[in-house]
Each structure stands twice: as C-alpha cells, then as structure tokens.
Design a protein around this ligand. Structure first.
Ligand SMILES: Cc1cc2nc3c(=O)[nH]c(=O)nc-3n(C[C@H](O)[C@H](O)[C@H](O)COP(=O)(O)OP(=O)(O)OC[C@H]3O[C@@H](n4cnc5c(N)ncnc54)[C@H](O)[C@@H]3O)c2cc1C
Length: 301
C-alpha cells in the first residue's frame, strides 16, 4: 500500500471532499475505512485509489483501532493524512500522526502540492481568514469539508487484520440531558452565561418545549458549570436549524462558528454591543428574564 495522501474515515462525513482534496498530490488517495462494510463501499465509490477496511468488533469503538491505523500509515509513509472533524476520525488521525511524526493542523479546506512540500489551506476565525501552512515533512490535517455526491468508481477494498484492538470498550451510552438531537433539530434554543443559576434552565427548557426546539449552550455552560454535556461552537457541535434563539450569549467567534449554517438567528442580550447581534437576523436588547416569560405567555395564548 502506498500513496501520497491517505484519508482516515469512521463515517462518510466529508469523505468525497477529502478524497478530492488529497488527489491534489497527484494520485487518488488511499482511504482507511474504520467501520461497517457500507462505509468501505462508500469509500470505494468516493474517488479513492484503494480502500483499507477495518471492521470494529461488536462493542469496540473505532477509537480502539488507533494502534492498527498508526501501523498501517507508518508502513505506507504518506505525505498527507486527512480526517474529518468527526470525533472518532480525528482521534485516529492523532494516533496515526504521532506514529508518523507528522505535523498537525486543523480546519483544512484545500491542499496543494508545492514543489516537494505540501501546502494546506486552513480556515480561521469562522472563515474570515485563510491561513496556508507549508509542510516539508508529513502533515496530518483535520478537514473542514463539505458533503458531495460520490463520483462513483470501484476502488479495491482490502480487508486489514491487524490483531486485537486496544483494550477500549463502550461502557455506556445515554442521551445527553436536554441536548438530544441538537445537530438534527429544526429549532434550537441556545443559552449562555446570561442564565444566572442552574435552576433557571427550567425556563429555557420550557421555552424550547413550547417551540418544539432542542436546547444547546455555550462552552462555559458545559465545561465550567457542567450544566449540560454538549455545547455549540468551534470545539463543540455545529448545528444547522432553521431557527436559533440565542439567550444571554455573547456571540464569540468560537461560538458562532458552530452556527454558520443556521438560517435565522434571533438573539436576546442586555448588551447592545454583544457580537451575537452581528450574526443575528433579529435582535432584542433586553433582559432575557423579562423577555422569555413574555414570549412564553404569548406562545401559550
Ligand atoms: C480555543 C477556544 C475554543 C472555544 N470554543 C468554544 C466553543 O466551541 N463554543 C463556545 O460557546 N465557546 C467557545 N469558547 C469560549 C468563547 O470564547 C466564549 O468565551 C464563550 O462562548 C462565551 O460564553 P457565553 O456567551 O455563555 O458567556 P459570556 O461571554 O459571559 O456572555 C454572556 C452574555 O450574556 C449577556 N447577558 C448577561 N445577563 C443577561 C440577561 N439577564 N439577559 C440577556 N443577556 C444577558 C451578556 O451581555 C453577555 O453578552 C472557546 C474559547 C477558546 C479559547
């Protein structure tokens, strides 16, 4: 197995766009597909030159195949490794990059061969800036791609058997409190540190229920307060509902990166200068503790 570019995939997220990007190094990339047979078949039709398939055993997460993927990659020695931002894919990318001694970058949107170097263009500040990195050695990139129809083709699928995965099992899986279906929801009510105490989440949840919306939050609410498991933003979830109602959210670039694909943003914030108003279609400069009960009353009547 060889090839200038390798793509590590644990699902079909950005698969075609990553294969297309990797082909810029002059050859159709090899895809390492860690998942069910369907994934390997999708990879075979993605424009890849070949597919190496690892099928996780029942109860074993894709992440357990880090050592196996790292061994495959180091044996082939590609110049470029690509993976989507899916949690399992970027975890495997990290394992492979470490084994390969590759530089790591994130937010890659395009790749170019630049003499004997590889140039990786990365999106920064929510797409406002494009930064180009030039790597003289191997480089591993977490991609910001797009979902495109497969061009077709039938790359050979080679089943890899690299022995036992690492001793990692899925011990428990349960829906996140209040955060279910965030990425699929048509409406999302998001809240930030404008909500003062945990008990006030009940008001947010009541509003979300009345709007048939999912509930999301900012990073400090999840990471510092531990009120929810998941948050929206650059290092959290990207959401794409028709309506995002932002309550007491400042609107930092890290947060708004996760709402780029929202159609309509409505924001309530006491600070007229809050950056969220630059992203919002509708804005109310007011205390959410006054406005939310009014919205609830209006919805009920
Ligand atoms: C590397 C890195 C990655 C990050 N990734 C993320 C990420 O993925 N997602 C994310 O969310 N953040 C992320 N952050 C944090 C981000 O920079 C902000 O600090 C964070 O989003 C702010 O959260 P907040 O809006 O809840 O809080 P604050 O900044 O405290 O803002 C609270 C807002 O509520 C308003 N407010 C207060 N009281 C009321 C009231 N009664 N009524 C109405 N409005 C009120 C205030 O005016 C203020 O605008 C990241 C930071 C770093 C450094």
């Amino acid at each position: 197995m060889s090839g200038a570019a390798w793509v590590i995939a644990t699902d079909t997220k950005y698969l075609v766009s990553m294969v297309t990007a990797g082909a810029a190094l002059g050859a159709a990339p090899t895809v390492v597909a860690v998942g069910p047979r369907d994934l390997a078949e999708a990879a075979a039709e993605s424009g890849a030159g070949q597919v190496v398939w690892l099928e996780p055993t029942a109860g074993t997460p894709a992440e357990a195949y880090g050592p196996a993927v790292a061994a495959l990659v180091t044996a082939a020695g590609p110049r470029l490794l690509l993976a989507s931002s899916a949690a399992a894919a970027r975890t495997l990318l990290g394992a492979a990059a470490a084994a390969l001694g590759a530089a790591t970058v994130s937010g890659a949107i395009a790749v170019e061969a630049s003499g004997d170097k590889v140039a990786v263009k990365c999106s920064r500040l929510g797409g406002a800036v494009v930064e180009t990195f030039e790597a003289a050695g191997p480089v591993a990139a977490v991609c910001q791609g797009y979902d495109a129809p497969a061009p077709g083709g039938a790359a050979p699928i080679e089943s890899a058997d690299l022995g036992q995965p690492a001793a990692l099992t899925i011990a428990d899986e349960h829906p996140a409190p209040g955060g279910g279906g965030l990425t699929e929801a048509e409406r999302v009510v998001g809240f930030g540190r404008g909500i003062k105490v945990r008990a006030d989440m009940a008001m947010v949840e009541e509003l979300a229920a009345a709007l048939n919306a999912a509930v999301g939050c900012t990073m400090p609410v999840a990471d510092d307060y531990k009120w929810m498991d998941q948050y929206i933003g650059r290092s959290g979830l990207s959401i794409a509902p028709k309506l995002y109602l932002a309550l007491g959210i400042q609107g930092s670039p890290q947060h708004t990166q996760g709402i780029r694909d929202v159609k309509v943003v409505a924001a309530i914030n006491t600070d007229p200068e809050a950056p969220i108003f630059r992203r919002a279609t509708y804005g109310i400069v007011a205390d959410l503790y006054e406005v939310v009960p009014e919205i609830l009353a209006a919805l009920k009547s």
